[in-house]
Design a protein around this ligand. Structure first.
Ligand code: SF4
Length: 82
């Protein structure tokens, strides 16, 4: 699979998804009973980051067992620079 990286943001946090790394555990959508509006692989885009708070998104991303989902906070300092 090509090395594709997709990004989805709610303006505050950006979710990074690497499909080649995803092991299809379904944890992010089947187990995310409180975030069905965010993760839905049956519609496009499959992640709607703008429909949840940053805290809830990060909580769910941390449960991804493969590392396919990661995140960064928008406008966060990188190497001491904005
Ligand atoms: S939790 Fe991670 S590994 Fe599992 S389906 Fe979602 S993105 Fe893929």
């Amino acid at each position: 699979m090509p090395d594709i990286t997709k990004k989805y943001t709610n303006g505050e946090v950006t979710i990074v998804w690497k499909p080649a790394v995803c092991i299809h555990s379904t944890i992010c959508w089947k187990a995310a009973t409180d975030l069905p509006q965010v993760f839905n692989p049956f519609i496009k885009p499959w992640i709607k980051a703008e429909t949840a708070t940053t805290e809830k998104l990060i909580e769910q991303i941390k449960k991804c067992p493969s590392g396919a989902l990661s995140f960064y906070i928008n406008n966060e300092m990188v190497n001491g620079q904005l």
